[in-house]
Design a protein around this ligand. Structure first.
Ligand code: FAD
Ligand code: UDP
Length: 425
């Protein structure tokens, strides 16, 4: 991996002969086959594949001062490994995504468990047998819990919203205890205004399984995400420019193709209006005791508590340390875009941008912000690998490598908690 200054002497505007003797600089500016905007999962996977798989010269940029996008982790002042943008737990059903990432990292087995603070106690979320028995002072077996929840569930003619999903499965009381307040805080919207897909991410169980995810593979990169990204980007064809914005860099270098992983509405200067993204404020702190809470994440569903959850990283990372690092999450309308907001009007607005994106030659949009999809990390990796497959195929045929949307749709079901379809690379 090179820096843009290595490439261009005094900075991006000044060219130098390329390091491999190919592709001389044009017009006094450094030249690349691909400019990739965003060094998160989407951009880094594509940089790695294009450099290593197709021998392309890639300039990978990010406006932040680090690689890894929202999955970036680092040691804090106390030497504790923390996630700057909140807890990132890797889980997937895709063997191909695991095989791909395993080229760059070993893994630490980790099954994520979450407790919710409800009715003065900590109970498992997703709702399971223990949750019901503890909250209601019962001792039901699995079948008993199923019958109990059925008696509480309200019939919903058409399950459309995030309220319908939960009320239809467990009834209004448990919905209000665990979902209504949390969702109103997290999204600034009532669950009745959000697509069903949002709360459907959290299943309901009648057995004792208290894992947050049901996926086949659940683990953490052995030395953290940033180390994994460093290994991924360690290639002489990849030039990295951090603290660099797309607009500035695009004026200063030459490139044949663009891969954009930032917000799609921003790319098009908000031509149809702003796509709503939800943000968060993170409060990171270290406390002077060995452990703070019994599991990696505790959720706070009550609407009057400002934060939604507290993460204690040592549970995730396995690190031994006399102190412990925490992150509190406070949802916010202002700040970096973290979550696309799944609701029908936003999907309609996104479709306008998508049509524009599809009609923009030489530019590919990929990732959570650029395709406005509430994707987990594995889904973004799958989406990026699928796009790479298309680009490689087109290259082999001497074509243009379009079809980003089709590629994205093929992998839409990779991750989440129910899908099992592998991605076709
Ligand atoms: P990003 O990681 O957002 O990367 C995009 C990059 O592009 C950013 O670094 C940004 O700075 C850069 N950029 C944007 N515009 C420009 C520009 N104009 N110029 C230069 N650079 C630009 N997924 C899981 O699988 N498990 C989890 O436990 C999990 N937890 C999460 C917790 C939180 C709080 C959040 C917000 C997300 C979580 N995710 C989780 C989702 C995960 O973060 C994403 O799926 C993944 O990081 C998306 O990768 P990306 O490359 O699409 O986007
Ligand atoms: N949710 C909730 N209560 C919980 C956990 C989740 O209401 O205790 C809802 C909330 O709307 C949340 C969504 O389910 O945004 C998805 O939860 P998940 O934990 O997958 O969110 P993420 O980790 O992506 O922030």
């Amino acid at each position: 991996m090179r820096s843009l200054n290595d490439e261009a002497g005094n900075g991006p505007a000044v060219a130098s002969p390329s390091h491999d003797g190919r592709a001389p600089a044009h017009g006094g500016r450094a030249r690349f086959d691909y400019l990739i905007v965003g060094a998160g999962f989407a951009g880094s996977v594509l940089a790695e594949r294009l450099a290593r798989g197709l021998d392309k010269r890639v300039l990978l940029i990010d406006r932040r001062p680090h690689i890894g996008g929202n999955a970036y982790d680092h040691l804090n002042d106390d030497g504790l490994l923390i996630h700057r943008y909140g807890p990132h737990i890797f889980h997937t059903n895709s063997q191909q995504v695991v095989d791909y990432l395993s080229r760059f990292t070993g893994w630490r087995p980790y099954e994520h468990r979450v407790l919710a603070q409800a009715a003065g106690q900590l109970v498992p979320i997703p709702i399971n047998r223990t949750t019901v028995n503890r909250l209601y002072g019962l001792d039901l077996d699995e079948a008993g819990v199923a019958t109990f929840l059925k008696s509480k569930a309200e019939p919903v003619a058409e399950v459309r919203t995030s309220e319908d999903v939960v009320v239809g499965a467990v009834g209004r009381e448990l919905y209000e205890t665990f979902f209504r307040g949390y969702t109103r805080k997290q999204w600034g919207l009532d669950p009745s205004e959000l697509d069903r897909s949002v709360t459907a991410r959290v299943p309901t169980r009648t057995n004792d399984d208290d894992r947050y995810f049901g996926d086949k593979f659940q683990m953490m990169p052995l030395h953290g995400y940033t180390r994994m990204f460093e290994a991924m980007l360690d290639h002489p064809n990849i030039t990295l420019a951090l603290g660099s914005d797309h607009r500035t860099v695009a004026r200063e270098v030459r490139y044949d193709r663009l891969i954009f992983t930032g917000p799609v509405d921003e790319y098009f200067d908000f031509r149809f209006g702003r796509l709503p993204y939800r943000s968060l404020r993170f409060r990171h702190e270290t406390v002077d005791r060995e452990w703070f809470q019994p599991v990696g994440v505790v959720n706070y569903p009550a609407e009057e508590v400002a934060h939604t959850r507290i993460t204690e990283y040592k549970h995730l990372t396995g690190q031994s340390h006399p102190r412990t690092a925490l992150t509190y999450e406070y949802p916010s309308a202002e700040g970096d875009p973290y979550y696309p907001v799944p609701k029908p009007e936003n999907a309609a607005l996104y479709r306008q941008y998508q049509a524009l994106a599809d009609a923009t030659p030489g530019v590919h949009f990929v990732g959570r912000l650029a395709t406005y999809r509430y994707y987990n990390m594995d889904q973004v990796v799958g989406q990026a690998l699928a796009l790479y497959g298309r680009l490689a195929e087109a290259e082999a045929k001497g074509g243009t490598g379009g079809g980003t949307r089709a590629a994205a749709e093929r992998i839409a079901a990779i991750g989440g908690r129910s899908a099992t379809e592998p991605v076709a690379l």
